[in-house]
Structures are given as C-alpha cells and as structure tokens.
Design a protein around this ligand. Structure first.
Ligand code: GLN
Length: 275
C-alpha cells in the first residue's frame, strides 16, 4: 500500500478504522503539525517518515493498543508523564486521589508514601504540588520504577523510590499520609478482556476474586507505617466504596469517608489512624 502524501490522505486512510479524534491526535504527533493545520489544510504534504509512523500507529491502534502506549506518554494533572506497557496508564479519575492527598497533608514537612506508584504519576504530582512534602514511593516492579524515575528526573521532582511488595521496603518508617491506587479489579471481571486494559500490566489491575485482595493487605500493613492521626487514601472500583470503608473501620481506622469522581462514581476512600 502506498503511503499517504498529504495530511488529508492520512486522515482518509484512518477513517473508519480508529475514532477521528484519535486519528487527528496521532497525525499531529507523527507530523509535528498543529491541530488547526491538520483540520484546516488537508493539502499540506506529509513526509515519508511521518507517513510511515502514522500508518504504523493506525494499524497498532486498530489492533487495540492504547494511544498512550503508541505515543509513550499521557497527561496527568497538567503534566506529561512517560508511559510504557510496564505501567498502568494514568487515568483522570486518579486526579481525585491526588487532590484529596494534597488536602489532607499536614503543615510542616509531611512524609508521604505512594504504594504501587507505577509511572510515578501520584508521587511526582504530590512532590511538585506540595514542595514542602517528603515523598517516597514503592512498586514491586523494577521496570515500573525505571519509568517512574525517568518521569521524576524529567519533571524535576524529588522522590525516594523503593522496590518491593507494599509496605515491606519501608518497614520501620512512618508517614503522615499514604496514598495508593492499587490493583482493584476482580480477577474474573470481563472488563479485563476488553479494550485498552488488555495491553496494561495485569498485576496493576487484577486483585483476587473480589478485587479487594491488595486493599486488604495494604489496610493491614499500612497501620504500622502511619503516625497517629495520619491518613490512608485508596483509589478503588465504582462499587467498592462500602466494602473499603468497612475494611478500614474493622481494622481500626476512623473518619472513613468515600468520595465520588467526576463521573459521579465512588472512587476514593480515606480514613486515619486514630490519634
Ligand atoms: N480504573 C482502572 C480500570 O477500570 C483500574 C485501575 C486499577 O486497578 N488501579 O481499568
């Protein structure tokens, strides 16, 4: 098949294969042209290199690969984060977890921990939005941590990185706030076999028969790593708010509340270790 030679040819080639908004975004990135040029000047020529890149991306997108993995980046909280298939793609829903973490930081130089940091989006955003905080982050995946370190370096954030399962690598340390977006999808959830999540790391998504296995572990382990009065915040599934509050209350946390995301779904639950 011959390569498209203009912007308009390229969009025509993608038509019906991927959504038009994604085709325009991919063409923008492949060609370096601005969005307005792509829409307004279809006769503009496209280099062979850009055309080949675009054609490859359209084929991969048509086969299901997420746009963020094709581009190698995704915006989160107003900043661009590098992503690879080693990490979950940051979701807008997770901005609620960051907002709530920032709202619950005490004054002074609070010690903050992000459990299961992945791309580092949560830890790095907190470090940049709250420069007085001392941020640490844990992930069990060395490949994820190398993406997170690269993001911290590019964005100029100071974060201490630890490799290992949940609280194990920070045993003996205590924090003023722990935030986590752990895996929380039920292992048999048909959602895991559909759409973009098929390409994301299964270990970042699935968590036992009810999706709560990791939240249970963290609820228990985090206790010893929280100062009296310190907050634990989870992102979780739209139908898990009641269960997460019940787990936290049973473990002794107080002031437990669940908050809704922009889609009006239960998304974040927080509670504190009593003073
Ligand atoms: N929100 C993600 C999804 O629905 C799940 C993210 C997670 O498990 N932490 O695919």
């Amino acid at each position: 098949m011959s390569l498209p030679v203009t912007l308009g040819d390229a969009l025509a080639l993608a038509h019906g294969r991927v959504p038009a908004s994604e085709a325009r975004l991919l063409l923008r990135e492949a060609s370096g042209e601005r969005a307005a040029t792509i829409v307004g000047f279809p006769e503009r020529p496209l280099s062979d290199v850009a055309a080949q890149c675009f054609v490859d991306w359209i084929a991969r997108r048509e086969a299901g690969e997420p746009v963020a993995y094709l581009l190698g980046e995704r915006e989160f909280y107003g900043r661009v984060f590098r992503v690879s298939p080693a990490v979950l793609i940051p979701r807008p829903d997770t901005e609620l977890l960051v907002e709530q973490a920032l709202l619950h930081l005490p004054d002074g130089a609070p010690r903050v921990l992000d459990l299961g940091t992945g791309s580092g989006a949560i830890a790095i955003t907190i470090a940049l939005e709250a420069p007085h905080a001392q941020v640490s982050a844990v992930d069990v995946s060395a490949a994820a941590l190398s993406v997170a370190r690269e993001n911290a370096e590019r964005l100029g954030a100071q974060v201490r990185w630890f490799e290992g399962p949940w609280c194990t690598p920070v045993q003996g340390e205590v924090f003023d706030l722990i935030a986590s977006n752990p895996p929380y999808v039920a292992a048999e959830d048909p959602h895991l076999a559909q759409g973009d999540v098929r390409f994301e790391p299964p270990g970042a998504l699935a968590s036992g028969p009810d999706g709560l296995s990791d939240i249970r572990i963290i609820t228990t382990e985090a206790w010893a790593c929280l100062k009296p009065g310190a907050w634990l915040l989870f992102e979780h599934g739209y139908d898990q708010g009641d269960a997460v509050r019940a787990l936290m209350l049973a473990a002794g946390y107080t002031d437990c509340v669940t908050l809704k995301d922009l889609g009006d779904n239960d998304r974040v639950t927080l509670g504190r270790r009593p003073v």
